[in-house]
Each structure stands twice: as C-alpha cells, then as structure tokens.
Design a protein around this ligand. Structure first.
Ligand SMILES: [Zn+2]
Length: 379
C-alpha cells in the first residue's frame, strides 16, 4: 500500500535565507491573488493555461524571477483546488490571501537524471540535519532525532512561519507501507467518546479530557487579562499577544502528543476497535463553554481518525457504529432500555430491571463493543 506521510521539521534559515523565504511568501501570495482576481473577471481557467500566462507575468514583474518558480506554480494549483472545492460545494468561494494570515508556500519536488546520476531539487539529509530546497540551498533543520533517513519519495515541501516567528518545513513523502495483518482477532474494545472523559473503554479505562483542557487554561486566562490591560498596539501589547500565541501553540502540540498516545495504546492492546460515528457538531448544544467545546470537538474527531489510521497500518479491525444507536440508555447486562437516562447528569445508576450498578460511560462503551461484535459476525 502506498501512503503519504508528512514530516514536519523546525527550520533554521540564515538571515539571507530568511529574506528569500519572505520574498517567496510574498510572491506566491501575489500570484495567487493576481490569478484569483483575473479569474473573477474573465472566468475560471485551467491551471495549465494559467501556468502559461505566468511566464508573461514573470517577464513583466522581474522580482518574481528571484524566487522559486515551482512555488509560484504551486500557488496556481492551490487556487485551482480552491475553485474545484467551491464547485463541488465543499467550501466557499476562494478568498484573497492576506499578508497578516499564516505565511506559507509550497514547492514540488522535481527529479532529473544527468549522466546517469539522479538529481532532485529537494533533498533531506538527516545525518547532517540539512534540507536542500529550491533557491534557498541547504537549510538547517531539527526534528525526528532518532531517524537516520526517510525511506520513500519526496513529493513536495511546505515552508511556513507561525505566529511566534518560528519557521517550519513540512515534507510530504510517498512511502510503501507493509501492512501487518491480524489473522484471528482475539480482543475487542468499545470506546465511548465524550466531553468529561475524552475516552472511556469497555475495559473500564478512562482518559480524562481535563488534562488537555486545564493544563494551559489558567495561564491563558491570566495572559488574556494582561492583554486587556495593555494599550492596543503598544510594544507590551504585542509582547503579550505573542505570549498568547505561544501558549496556543503549546496546547496544540500537547494535545497532538496526548491523543497520539491514547490511540497508540488502544490500538496496540486490541484487535477490534469500535467507536460511535458521532457527528461531533450535534453533540453539545451548550455554547457557554465555547472554549472547552471547540477543544473537545477537535480532540474527538482527531482521536477517531488517529484510531482509524493506526488500525489500518497495524492490520487491526475498526468499526464505526450508527450514531443513533442509544448506547447510553441500554443496560449492557440485560438489554433493558431506560429512556430516563437521556438526562446527561445521571452518571451512575442501578438498572431497574436487573439491578446491576452501571457507570454511564462504561456501560455505553460496553454496548458499543457488543454492537461492534454483531457487525463483526455479520461481515
Ligand atoms: Zn439491566
């Protein structure tokens, strides 16, 4: 199986390289906006035709020739994707790119042979920790400390700058994946995904969401207070703003690792994994806790796709069961359906029919597991 994997490295450009990176951000944005405007006025064209037109644009704007020409073509392809998504109703009409949003440009890998030797405009050298990029040359990188090389074919590279002025390069690689196959599955787990506890498994293990939510919340609140006291636009205001951006970046990073660990543990320990195919959007109507809500939403959908993905590469079996299955209302011991349990505040209860004492979430995850087992025998 062929898979695409992105490797993201921190990038340490020299001053000269930094200037060129910024020029490339600007030029690819210019090309993107120019052709967006052009197509707004004279209709949507194929990227092939726009690339032909780009040659003329380059002749009229000499500074475009200073930067990586692949990046400018990638901007045209991105724009085409934007229009395709718009026509397929997957997204809105493409917007102009702003100088104040996240800055990035993408460049594609081109290979050629000369006198029997293969040359490529993007090369990764993990032994010396450098990446070769078009026009920039060798740039120092950091990341993937324990990897000595990356197998596979480089497809493209995206150079970006985040809000805390750090530079990154994300390298997309096409890899051959050897899928392990579990011949006879011997263990199954049902997973209930929620807000209070992010994950409750049918084994009775709970992974708290608090950890992700609370760890940085206090610091964030304090900084936001600090920001409101500062004079807008002042030096200290910008300083605090940068601190806030840094905390947000930390939250994102922390969350990524935490979710990855959970998914890894679950998939390693079981052969069949079952979750609900919940539409996260519809799950919480409470808008008061907007911060927690958006974070939980992101966590749940990321976690679900992480589990699905890890199952795929580990040869494990993954089932999603129907969202409308009332997993938390049915007693997992006797099957009695108790609609009183629609009330989310009831966390523990005794089943009125069989008397067993149920924890709401563990009971739900057990039901999810049983539904998954049904699906497995049907298939
Ligand atoms: Zn019961």
């Amino acid at each position: 199986m062929k898979i695409y994997k992105a490797y993201k490295f921190r990038l340490y450009p020299t001053e000269e390289q930094r200037i060129l990176i910024h020029k490339t951000f600007g030029c690819s944005r210019f090309v993107y906006n120019y052709y967006l405007n052009y197509q707004k006025e004279s209709g949507v064209k194929k990227s092939f035709d726009l690339c032909k037109d780009l040659k003329e644009l380059e002749n009229n704007h000499e500074y475009l020739k200073e930067v990586d020409s692949c990046a400018l073509r990638c901007a045209i392809f991105d724009l085409e994707d934007g229009f395709n998504n718009f026509f397929a109703k997957r997204s809105g009409y493409p917007n102009f790119k702003s100088k104040f949003a996240r800055q990035s440009y993408r460049t594609s890998c081109v290979r050629g042979t000369y006198k029997g030797k293969v040359y490529s405009n993007i090369e990764l050298d993990l032994l010396t920790r450098f990446i070769k990029l078009p026009k920039l040359g060798r740039v120092k990188i950091r990341g993937y400390r324990n990897k000595e090389r990356i197998e596979g074919k480089i497809v493209n590279a995206t150079i970006s700058k985040d809000t805390t002025n750090k530079y990154y390069v994300s390298v997309l690689v096409e890899e051959d994946l050897l899928v392990e196959k579990v011949i006879t599955p011997t263990s199954i787990v049902g997973i209930d995904l929620g807000i209070k506890d992010l994950v409750v498994t049918s084994d009775g293990i709970k992974y708290s969401n608090k950890k992700v939510l609370m760890k940085f919340e206090k610091r964030l609140k304090r900084l936001q207070k600090e920001l409101s006291r500062r004079e807008k636009g002042s030096k200290n205001y910008l300083k605090t703003k940068e601190k806030i951006a840094r905390v947000h970046a930390k939250i994102k990073n922390y969350r990524k690792h935490y979710l990855n660990d959970i998914a890894k543990e679950i998939v390693n320990d079981h052969d069949i994994i079952v979750t609900e195919s919940l539409l996260v959007k519809d799950m919480f109507k409470d808008k008061r806790k907007a911060f927690n809500k958006s974070l939980s939403d992101a966590c749940i959908s990321t976690l679900r796709s992480l589990i699905e993905w890890k199952c795929k590469i580990k040869g494990k079996i993954y089932y999603k069961i129907n969202t409308y299955y009332p997993s938390s209302q049915i007693c997992s011991y006797c099957g009695y359906k108790n609609s009183k349990l629609k009330d989310l505040s009831i966390r523990e209860y005794d089943c009125p029919k069989c008397g067993s004492h149920n924890d709401r979430d563990i009971n739900a995850s057990l039901n999810i597991m049983f539904e998954g087992l049904k699906l497995h025998y049907q298939s």
